[in-house]
Design a protein around this ligand. Structure first.
Ligand SMILES: CC(C)(COP(=O)(O)OP(=O)(O)OC[C@H]1O[C@@H](n2cnc3c(N)ncnc32)[C@H](O)[C@@H]1OP(=O)(O)O)[C@@H](O)C(=O)NCCC(=O)NCCS
Length: 165
């Protein structure tokens, strides 16, 4: 499972994967107002703008997942429905954590929509802990949208948090 940079030729495939995954995970747990603005086109536009930070795996043009880091944030993590439960998410998050550590961050964070239980279970088994709830200010095509989320954090440096002798 080699994680690789996303290519501009696969933006449409990545946008479809992201839009479908976002809808799977969020359709029943976020306000209707947010669902209305999370269109396929909006995901395509965001990918175009941030592609340099997006990593994926699978054949070019047939991505199986995507992961995106932004500063110290694990900003997006999505796996295609048919590829969930296969270890792809673990490969993507391990790659992201090592990029965050190499960028100099000792602690990473992410926002998970309240009630996204599968994602929460995945983060917890990957060593992340739920620190608190917070208001995440989301960018949308019509302006910002404040959403209460679970904030997860993880210490990335090996041995961090252990008692010093
Ligand atoms: C979140 C995501 C990346 C995790 O990848 P994955 O391949 O599904 O992860 P895994 O299958 O390894 O782990 C999921 C865990 O949740 C469990 N699970 C499945 N459905 C669940 C549910 N409804 N509630 C709670 N746990 C659930 C699984 O059994 C598994 O735990 P286990 O390994 O202890 O059995 C993937 O599910 C996904 O893309 N979801 C849609 C998009 C999304 O929510 N992204 C995260 C946004 S914050």
């Amino acid at each position: 499972m080699d994680v690789r940079p996303a290519e501009s030729s696969e933006i449409d495939a990545l946008a479809s994967l992201w839009h479908a995954g976002w809808t799977d995970a969020h359709a029943t747990i976020v306000p209707a107002e947010l669902k209305r603005v999370r269109t396929l086109e909006s995901f395509r536009d965001r990918l175009r703008a941030g592609l340099a930070n997006v990593r994926t795996l699978g054949d070019i043009g047939a991505p199986l997942g995507l992961c995106w880091v932004k500063d110290s944030e694990l900003y997006q993590l999505y796996v295609a429905a048919h590829a969930r439960g296969t270890g792809i998410a673990s490969a993507l998050i391990a790659d992201a954590e090592s990029r965050l550590l190499n960028a100099g961050f000792d602690v990473a964070w992410l926002a998970c929509a309240i009630g996204n239980s599968r994602a929460a279970r995945f983060y917890e088994k990957s060593g992340w802990h739920r620190a608190r709830t917070m208001t995440n200010v989301l960018d949308t095509p019509t302006g910002t949208f404040p959403l209460e989320v679970w904030r997860y954090e993880k210490s990335l440096r090996p041995g961090a948090g252990l008692p010093r002798c």
